[in-house]
Design a protein around this ligand. Structure first.
Ligand code: SAM
Length: 262
């Protein structure tokens, strides 16, 4: 796609130049003909043409750049182009009867917030994102590991996450300063997702704010007999640190505290 404009740093515009990597990213979403696909930040269309080759039922392109959005609409007339900030998109309003899959080489400065919103609000079954390598490692980190933190526990409360592959800066123009990672989300069944996402988010943030502190100190105002009993059943102690808790255990902890301190 030929759009003569300078890449904007403020919009995280690092355009992918390697067509084999673009195809590999799109292939990892495994698009079928019945799927409805959303691409976030299509830019100059590096991924878009490969998405259309997979013949999805529909394709929505969310692009904030006011020069790129009309050029995309002209180049890909079968796609619905939405010129909007993905941070303001109402993910919860997507038709849950469709089989949504979401993909994007995300702008680094807002990637975590976009993924946070999509994981917790959208009905998408699968997502594939390219993000800053460090962010990719955190989001896919397993409980107990060094990289496991608040964003890992939060996103993994809604989906299983998988690290797919690393992408070097040399395949972008302009080149970013760091490596990128391609990661995949597999949505959990609705019955396994948190019933009070906001409350759970606050608890996870609260616990990881004091990452090096033992749970007994962080949660001292909430310790009750039932909390201690729940911890024992889960094989946890007040000496554990927050990274010891799986996403499901954070939900258990939240339910316990909410029962005692409604
Ligand atoms: N997909 C293209 C590629 O792989 O070459 C472009 C990727 S570039 C890293 C990020 C894209 O997201 C840019 O096109 C940028 O204009 C767009 N963008 C940045 N912030 C956005 C936002 N908040 N909402 C929607 N699009 C955004």
């Amino acid at each position: 796609m030929e759009v003569r404009h300078k890449a904007k740093k403020s919009l995280g515009q690092n355009f992918l130049q390697d067509d084999n990597i673009a195809r590999k990213i799109v292939d990892s979403l495994k698009i079928s003909e019945g799927d409805s696909v959303i691409e976030i930040g299509p830019g100059r269309g590096a991924l878009t043409k490969h998405i259309l080759e997979a013949s999805p039922k529909k394709l929505m392109l969310i692009e904030m750049d006011r020069y790129l959005a009309p050029a995309l609409a002209e180049e890909y007339p079968t796609a619905e182009v939405v010129q909007e900030d993905a941070l303001k998109f109402l993910w919860e309003e997507l038709d849950s009867g469709e089989n949504w899959k979401i993909i994007g080489n995300l702008p680094y400065n807002v990637a975590s917030k976009i993924m946070w919103d999509i994981a917790s609000k959208s009905p998408a079954v699968n997502c594939v994102f390219m993000v800053q390598h460090e962010v990719g490692l955190r989001i896919t980190a397993k409980q107990g590991s060094r990289k496991y933190g608040g964003i890992s526990a939060w996103i993994q409360s809604f989906c299983q996450t998988q690290y797919l592959f690393q992408v070097p800066p040399t395949v972008f123009k302009p080149k970013p300063k760091v490596d990128s990672a391609v990661i995949k989300f597999y949505s959990l069944p609705n019955s396994e997702k948190p019933s009070d996402p906001e409350g759970l988010a606050n608890l996870i943030k609260f616990c990881f704010q004091y990452r090096r502190k033992q749970l007994g100190n962080t949660l001292k105002s909430f310790v009750s007999d039932s909390l201690l009993q729940w911890m024992e059943e889960e094989g946890l102690t007040l000496k554990d640190r927050p990274e010891a808790l799986s996403p499901l255990q954070f939900q258990g902890l939240y339910n316990c505290i909410k029962k005692d301190f409604p």
